[in-house]
Ligand binder design. Structure first.
Ligand code: ATP
Ligand code: MG
Length: 295
């Protein structure tokens, strides 16, 4: 695996996923050597602030490649905040500040040499509400590769992406029609196809099924299982059954309230194999949450 998320610091830096040899060597030889961090993502002692407000604190966990990792916990405990750290979406929030370590393939994602645009191509995101562009189905999928300068067969790429997102058969005869004419579940699969089209390594999903009915939800869950051979998936969900059904590992977060009762900070309570979290958690707070006694 190369570390092409690093740019060489000049305008000639490749943006097409090619290795930047000097920078790769520099990172490999640094103390952040890949071998020190066995996960695809290794998050260490991570805190995120919005202005002076600390939204999450001291989160450490490791996300394995080709697994589905679920983040669960009550509203406001910082699941979205943490997810956004994994592809530097927090950069887009002016007040947000990240402290601690987010290693990806052994590279510090917050190293100043890292190119956030390349990070977001490699680590795609699907949001709670399907958000296709007001363009045709075809253009929604081709948009990202076009911007990235894709030179290959675009029709083939669009078809492949839609097939991988289990949407091709439903839309192949209406590719020129507006994406907004699709159902909510189809729109969400289109957003997954759009994400896949730029050939990411990781797909982050923030409550991707919360606006969908059970049938559409089932289709997305099946799709996630198909996709995990090729991608690593991190999903935030409020749906306990969903986390139990789809994920390999689950992280349970909660919000700690300060003494003055006016500040809530998200903390990681427990991170383990999903089966363990749901059948035999080691922390009472996890047990209370997964059994519905809290939250
Ligand atoms: N852009 C922002 N600016 C300021 N505070 C924010 C911002 N985004 C989130 N927060 C605060 O950070 C804390 C964590 O929010 P976050 O959205 O990460 O929680 P969450 O676990 O995803 O909640 P939910 O389950 O409701 O989506 C909350 O107190 C929230 O108000
Ligand atoms: Mg959220």
């Amino acid at each position: 695996m190369d570390v092409a998320i690093l740019h060489a610091g000049d305008a000639r830096a490749p943006r097409d996923g090619a290795i930047v040899p000097n920078m790769t060597a520099a990172v490999r030889s640094s103390e952040a050597a890949p071998s020190a961090y066995p996960g695809l993502f290794d998050i260490g002692d991570l805190s995120v602030y919005y202005g002076s407000f600390r939204a999450i604190r001291n989160v450490s966990l490791s996300i394995a490649e080709h697994e589905i990792t679920a983040f669960i916990g009550p509203s406001g405990c910082g699941k979205t905040t943490l997810l956004r750290c994994l592809n530097r979406m927090n950069d887009l929030i002016e007040t947000a500040r990240v402290e601690g370590r987010v290693m990806y393939h052994g590279v510090d994602l917050y190293d100043r040499r890292v190119d956030p645009v390349e990070v977001r191509r490699r680590i795609g995101m699907v949001f709670q509400k399907p958000n296709p562009f007001p363009k045709s189905i075809y253009e929604n999928v081709s948009f990202g590769p076009k911007i990235a300068g894709f030179k290959g067969d675009m029709h083939d790429l669009v078809e492949r992406s839609l097939r991988k997102a289990a949407l091709w058969d439903e839309v192949k005869d209406r590719l020129k029609e507006s994406a907004w004419g699709l159902s909510g579940g189809q729109q969400q699969r289109l957003c997954i196809a759009r994400c896949i089209a730029v050939e990411p390594d990781v797909i982050l999903m923030d409550e991707p099924c919360s606006a969908l009915d059970p049938i559409a939800t089932g289709r997305i869950e099946d799709l996630m299982q198909d996709l995990k051979d090729e991608y690593t998936i991190v999903i935030v969900t409020h749906n306990m059954q969903q986390a139990a059904r789809v994920s390999d590992r689950t992280a349970f977060f909660t919000a700690e309230v300060n003494e003055a009762q006016d500040r809530r900070t998200g903390i990681l309570v427990e991170f383990d194999k999903t089966e363990q979290i749901f059948t035999n958690p080691s922390d009472e707070r996890t047990e209370n949450y997964v059994t519905g006694r809290f939250g």
